[in-house]
Design a protein around this ligand. Structure first.
Ligand SMILES: [Zn+2]
Length: 438
């Protein structure tokens, strides 16, 4: 239950939009923010008053590319393929575990990405019912693919689509795409994941869109008719352009985006999730690998000669260097960028979310803008920009108390999240739990 009234005094306010402001007080009533002011609010009996002593108050973080069920198997051994070899029951437990980790880190909302066995819808329901603890969720479908594409379950990643209840759902033709969209949204998903193109990771980008225009339109129209969203794994120049023009809501990765793509994305008011940490970590791992001692364990499926592996890595490096230059360009042009990456992959443990923010700061994006991506922009990507992502009267009280100022040093979010409040409910408290409440 929300506190009757939760009064934060003497905060440095990072409201999700503006630069920090000191000496601010914020009052939460029920699940919403009632007041934000410099004059101290009246307090009464029953109010819970927390003097923040200049600590930062900011909106809860929104992770916009979240694989609920990806994670290591108990053995933690030999590059487990995202934990997908485990039973659905076990993956469900991983999903609950990941949701708790996200909350620990100050993530109060997620837009999920592809998942098997109805994990997302189950997790969302469990959180709503209070069975599990976790962020607000937009639940995702399985990853919809066309036959013969990169991840097609009929060729080499056979376990991705076991009995077609696995991670992937293979579809051909507009009718099939429409029916699958109806089915999975009808079962409670909020966003459809579509695989548009090859690349972003172990293999390089191709200038391709696997879907026909009819298939793309079928999934987008069907989702939008139901008030739902579509996201696409889209590391492709032409893919970005065609998806944005077709009305796709969220474009994942966007490697090789060009000026025409930027223009199309802005015109469509679409969101881009750059998710560049995985690429950086994969390359750091792969380029330092002793290829003469053993083949690289993360490959493109088929065995390959060392020179082929090296050529593949060079292409992936070129893609990544190009995309790095386009990050600032997208930001300057006004593309709505958000946070979220392929956590749960090898070398990408859930909970390591600040590393992605630090990467963008390292690439020249001001910390305050990265925080806007992680709060205001994420809320807009969820379609809840009028309720979440900003600390202002009337908004839902999803907020964090942070020791230090993340707009000056984003790394303080690594260990500085001291309170996590979702909908007015204090879910984490390392501040007043350690000392008596004021
Ligand atoms: Zn992903």
């Amino acid at each position: 239950m929300p506190e009757a009234r939760l009064v934060f005094r003497n905060a440095r306010l990072l409201d999700g939009e503006n630069p920090p402001r000191d000496g601010v007080n914020l009052v939460v009533e029920g699940e919403r923010i009632a007041q934000v002011s410099e004059t101290p609010p009246q307090t009464g009996e029953g109010d819970r008053v927390v003097d923040l002593g200049g600590r930062t108050l900011m909106p809860g973080l929104v992770q916009c590319h979240f694989h609920t069920g990806f994670g290591p198997t108990p053995s933690g051994g030999a590059a487990p393929m995202l934990g997908l070899e485990a039973s659905a029951t076990y993956m469900g437990m991983i999903a609950v575990y990941n949701a708790r980790i996200a909350l620990d880190c100050g993530v109060t909302s997620i837009i999920a990405s592809s998942n098997p066995a109805g994990l997302d819808v189950s997790l969302k329901e469990a959180i709503l019912l209070g069975i599990a603890e976790g962020p607000r969720m937009l639940a995702c479908t399985r990853e919809f693919i066309t036959s013969g594409e990169q991840a097609d379950g009929t060729n080499r990643c056979w376990f991705m689509g076991i009995a077609n209840h696995g991670l992937l759902r293979r579809l051909d033709g507009a009718d099939a795409w429409r029916q699958a969209t109806r089915e999975e949204l009808g079962r409670g998903a909020d966003v459809v994941k579509v695989s548009i193109a090859h690349g972003h990771g172990a293999d390089s980008v191709r200038d391709i869109n696997y879907l026909t225009p009819e298939e793309l339109n079928a999934v987008i129209e069907t989702a939008h008719e139901r008030g739902k969203k579509v996201r696409g794994h889209c590391p492709s120049r032409i893919g970005v352009i065609e998806c944005a023009r077709a009305g796709m809501d969220i474009i994942d990765h966007a490697d090789r985006i060009d000026e025409a793509g930027i223009e199309a994305v802005i015109k469509a008011d679409a969101t881009v999730v750059p998710s560049m940490l995985w690429s950086e970590r994969f390359l750091a791992f792969a380029e330092s690998w002793d290829h003469t001692a053993a083949p690289l364990p993360i490959g493109d499926g088929f065995p390959e000669k060392i020179e082929d592996t090296m050529a593949r890595l060079r292409r992936v490096r070129e893609d990544f260097e190009y995309t790095k230059t386009m990050l600032s360009r997208m930001h300057e042009a006004g593309v709505r960028l958000v946070l979220g990456d392929d956590y749960g992959f090898p070398m990408m443990p859930h909970g390591d979310y600040v590393s992605e923010m630090e990467l963008y700061v390292k690439l020249g994006i001001p910390a305050l803008d990265v925080l806007r991506w992680g709060t205001r922009n994420g809320a807009c990507a969820m379609g809840r920009g009028d309720e979440l992502g900003l600390l202002a009267p009337g908004r839902l009280a999803d907020l964090l108390v942070v020791a230090g100022d993340p707009s000056a040093d984003i790394s303080v979010l690594r260990s500085g999240v001291q309170m996590v409040v979702k909908g007015g409910v204090v879910l984490r408290d390392h501040l007043t739990a350690a000392a008596p409440a004021v």
